[in-house]
Design a protein around this ligand. Structure first.
Ligand code: GLY
Length: 376
């Protein structure tokens, strides 16, 4: 019998820049002309049917005018399109158009687009570069940064994917003015999540300023300074976590605050609940559960609920989803270990609870979860 040892050691620098500003398409094109990504001969813009009309076609035309070899691929907008089937269709179209290893993907859109296009980039020709151009607050706050890519499956959201860091991320704040209010609010849920888990000062800032983004009656205000600040803080908080634990061995789980119940609710609602809406309810469930476990005080829970309400987000269990079905769905969560549902918890507001052996998630008893759901 022969045995070979194959030494493969990797030291990689996957650092990249995030550009936050208004109307960044020309900045992107200038970056491409200045070799943001080297060795690329062909670009694939991936977007959805809604973003295509507003920004995708415009980027395509501008890139063509500048002499780039570029094609646009779009899929029907919405989380229900974020599937293996859509990914395969785009890959087939790219292959038909002779895309190969010397290609680069530009994902322009919201979270569904950056998740799906990033996954295509992570596996096409065993991995090609990807640039994210975020056109929603949700993509700016979460999906476009951090390198997680995935598609949904009938069982649960984001179960199949790869870690694939982008070459650069553009957060175009001007695009937020074209967002339906529900989409914008969905992004605010991820923003509130970041404040809850890492930064009480930012939480207070949101309490004082969130109505300068969207008023309680649903009018988009989009105060420029507030938009810039929340975009910056989201990236800063997310990155302080991702740089320490890119592959979610432990610390990165804290970015899943509110997601144990949230992701399950999103899937159970058949995506009628937007991701951020489901996360908002998930944050409340986590906070109430945390209060029962003495990690939060009643006043902390009330502040979280008030801020979510002020943002126009739901804070109660939808009446058409049973507690038992939600509990069952939680078993599809990626944190489940040895058959136990696990949660990450806030430690008051602005910190996360750390448990035995420095773990951030702990198993939670089914009966306690059910009791808490009854309260929600
Ligand atoms: N959305 C959670 C994470 O990026 O880890």
């Amino acid at each position: 019998m022969a045995q070979l040892h194959i030494p493969i050691k990797k030291v990689v620098d996957q650092s990249y820049d995030i550009e936050i500003g208004f109307h960044l398409v020309d900045v992107l094109i200038n970056d491409l002309k200045s070799d943001l990504v080297t060795g690329v001969n062909k670009y694939a813009i991936i977007t959805d049917s809604k973003v295509k009309d507003i920004y995708g076609d415009q980027l395509l035309e501008k890139m063509k005018q500048q002499g780039f070899d570029v094609e646009l691929f779009s899929f029907p907008s919405g989380e229900t399109s974020k599937t293996r089937h859509t990914k395969a269709s785009i890959e087939d179209l790219m292959l038909e158009k002779s895309f190969g290893r010397d290609s680069c993907i530009i994902a322009i859109g919201g979270g569904a687009v950056t998740d799906l296009a990033g996954f295509v980039a992570g596996t096409f020709s065993r991995g090609i570069p990807c640039i994210n151009y975020a056109t929603t607050l949700l993509a700016a706050a979460d999906a476009s940064v951090g390198g997680k890519t995935a598609v949904n499956t009938p069982v649960a959201t984001n179960l199949i994917g790869v870690f694939h860091q982008p070459e650069k991320v553009y957060i175009d704040l001007a695009t937020w003015s074209t967002l339906p209010v529900r989409e914008l609010r969905s992004g605010l849920a991820e923003t509130i999540k970041h404040a809850c888990l890492a930064d009480e000062e930012f939480f207070v800032y949101l309490e004082e300023n969130i109505d300068k983004i969207v008023s309680t009656d649903g009018t988009l205000i989009l105060n420029q300074a507030v938009c810039e600040h929340i975009a910056f803080k989201n990236c800063e908080i997310k990155y302080s976590v991702v740089e320490k634990d890119e592959l979610e061995t432990n610390l990165r789980q804290i970015l899943n605050l509110g997601h144990t119940a949230g992701r399950a609710l999103e899937a159970l609602s058949g995506y009628q609940l937007f991701h951020g809406e489901a996360v908002a309810i998930g944050l409340v469930i986590q906070a109430k559960l945390g209060q029962r476990l003495d990690f939060l005080l009643e006043e902390d829970v009330n502040r979280i609920i008030s801020l979510l309400k002020k943002s126009g987000l739901p804070v109660q269990m939808p009446s058409d989803i049973s507690h038992e079905s939600l509990l069952e769905k939680m078993y599809t969560d990626k944190k489940v270990r040895k058959g136990s549902i696990r949660f990450v918890f806030q430690d008051r507001i602005g910190n996360m609870k750390q448990f035995e052996n420095s773990h951030y998630s702990i198993p939670v008893d089914e009966a306690l979860i059910l009791k808490t759901l009854e309260e929600c």
